[in-house]
Ligand binder design. Structure first.
Ligand code: C5P
Length: 218
């Protein structure tokens, strides 16, 4: 039996997480938040004080790290049995993730961990290269985007709601720098798959985006 996969790629803050979780819930499918895998590795690297240029050491940590995802109302992530959920959302972790995600060896080390999420009855996979590299044969692919100003506003609101102090100008600059790094890297750059439906969510209420994605799958 083929297991259906829906990929949702796009830049940071485009609403991929919210849309993917809602669609996975509606369909009763599994959910892969691939960014949290790169973020978990970033946390391990920061904790172990490994230099961001030490590709060999980072790859070894990527190969050895044990991740567990507990999916309830909120995603809980355990790194080597320690709950790191609260640390995952910080900008330092996101930026570190984006730096180490540019290394091909690191991406290779994390590939199988992502493919393993493909289980019946189906999978919604959210990230940057889900439709291009990890699940190129997915039946349905979406590229979800929004203007950088809108994305920065959403990220700011998200952090404030979580009680994390944030600065809108700083977030806008960081989002633009991260977009540039993710789009310009040689391996698995942030790019829409040829067969993806592109949705610009800048002026769309999130419910309409969710409906559009559900219609695509149905
Ligand atoms: O999506 P999120 O903001 O959590 O991702 C953090 C970083 O991890 C991204 O900026 C990107 O560099 C990297 N990433 C990636 N490929 C993915 C998911 C995330 O390179 N599939």
């Amino acid at each position: 039996m083929t297991i259906p996969v829906l990929t949702i790629d796009g830049p940071s803050g485009a609403g991929k997480g919210t849309v993917s979780r809602a669609v996975a819930k509606q369909l009763g499918w599994n959910y892969l938040d691939s960014g949290s895998i790169y973020r978990s590795l970033a946390i391990a690297i920061l904790e172990q004080k490994i230099a961001l240029a030490d590709v060999c050491a980072i790859t070894k940590v990527a190969q050895a790290m044990q991740l567990k995802f507990e999916c309830g109302d909120e995603l809980v992530v355990l790194l080597n049995d320690v709950d790191i959920t609260a640390q995952l959302v910080t900008e330092t972790v996101g930026n570190t993730a984006s730096v180490i995600a540019a290394y091909p060896d690191v991406r290779d080390a994390l590939l199988q961990k992502q493919k393993d999420f493909k289980k019946a009855p189906g999978l919604v996979a959210d990230g940057r290269d889900m439709g291009t590299v990890v699940f190129p044969d997915a039946a349905n692919k979406v590229f979800l985007t929004a203007s950088s100003e809108e994305r920065a506003k959403r990220r700011y609101k998200q952090l404030i709601e979580k009680g994390i102090s944030a600065n809108l100008d700083g977030i806008t600059k960081e989002i633009e720098a991260r977009d540039k790094r993710d789009s310009e890297r040689k391996t698995a750059p942030l790019i829409a798959a040829d067969d993806a439906l592109t949705i610009d969510s800048s002026d769309l209420p999130i419910n309409q985006v969710i409906e559009a994605v559900l219609n695509l799958v149905r």
